[in-house]
Design a protein around this ligand. Structure first.
Ligand code: HSE
Length: 308
């Protein structure tokens, strides 16, 4: 049995507008890398050069490995080396990417051959370390890749292969984000919603699924409309309305908050002028005196072993 493994897992965008906590899409904008090494000395050691907690209880990958070791009664010592590529706290599934890489790495290292649902379930524990609550949209996308639909109670995941010509422009603002950002942005979501709004979101969510099934970026993009969560969260992102307006004017099909934000994601297809959309988003943020990094990306495969 190998004693060391490296797994690379992609960033992801959650919600895609109306699919709060239900939709996830793996995107090849950023990747995290996790290397697991069996050690003689017992316990979990976390090594990283990034500014993340190194206590296994507070570290996404650490918490995942701790749970899996307990569940499968594994007594080895494990060193977890984490190389963050996904910016933490920007709505790009950073904690999920580390959790996904850890789960897939552990599964392979100990030849557990867990099914997809169990991999996602274990990765979900990691979310608890950063978001305070378990939700599976980012982890499912990061573990499995492509577009995912999360059903809960009981958990099941439906994966759909995205259209190959689907493109996303992501603007990551250079902002100071609160430490427990996801918790903060989940705190502003309304407890009660208007019936008409729920019908509107449901119709758009259903059409997004149809768009993925029919491999139709126009159908997906034009249904990225959320009248419930986006209006409640947008005040947390300076310049949001302008960035959205500019991206749509520049040809984006649909624009929304990526996950819990503050990144903003525009959906389009490969024939659009994607650079123009990025420039328009940058100009939108500049109105709020905020700089941003823009990235053009596609959907990504899930977490995979890196062969060095
Ligand atoms: N669905 C989650 C949210 C994703 O929007 O709060 C954040 O990780």
């Amino acid at each position: 049995m190998a004693s060391k493994i490296t797994v690379k897992a992609p960033s992801s965008t959650a919600n895609l507008g109306p699919g709060f906590d239900v939709f996830g899409l793996a995107v090849n904008a950023f990747f995290d890398e996790v290397t697991l090494t069996k050690k003689r000395q017992k316990g979990i050691t976390i090594l990283t050069e990034d500014d993340i907690p190194t206590n296994p209880e507070n570290n996404t990958a650490g918490l995942v490995i701790k749970n899996m070791m307990k569940e499968f009664k594994i007594k080895d010592g494990i060193e977890i080396k984490i190389k963050k590529g996904v910016p933490a706290g920007f709505g790009m599934g950073s904690s999920a990417a580390s959790a996904a890489a850890a789960v897939v790495g552990f599964d392979k290292l100990y030849r557990l051959k867990l099914d997809e649902k169990l991999l996602v379930e274990f990765a979900g524990f990691g979310e608890k370390a950063s978001a305070g609550s378990i939700h599976y949209d980012n982890v499912a996308a990061s573990v499995l890749g492509g577009f995912v639909i999360v059903k809960t109670n009981p958990l099941s995941i439906v994966k759909v292969e995205p259209p190959t010509n689907l493109r996303m422009c992501i603007a990551v603002p250079k902002l100071q984000v609160p430490k427990k950002k996801t918790k903060v942005s989940r705190g502003v979501i309304p407890k009660k919603i208007n019936f008409i709004d729920s019908v509107l979101n449901l119709s758009n969510a259903a059409t997004i699924v149809a768009g993925f099934m029919k491999k139709d970026p126009e159908l997906i993009g034009s249904s990225i409309k959320d009248v419930i969560v986006e209006p409640a969260r947008q005040h947390l992102i300076p310049g949001f309305a302008k960035v959205k307006e500019n991206a749509l004017k520049a040809g984006a099909l649909g624009v929304t908050i990526s996950g819990a934000g503050p990144s903003i994601i525009a959906f389009s297809n490969s024939s659009a002028d994607l650079k123009k959309i990025c420039v328009a988003m940058t100009k939108g943020f500049s109105v709020a005196n905020t700089k941003c990094l823009t990235i053009i990306c596609k959907s990504s495969k899930g977490a995979i072993q890196k062969i060095k």
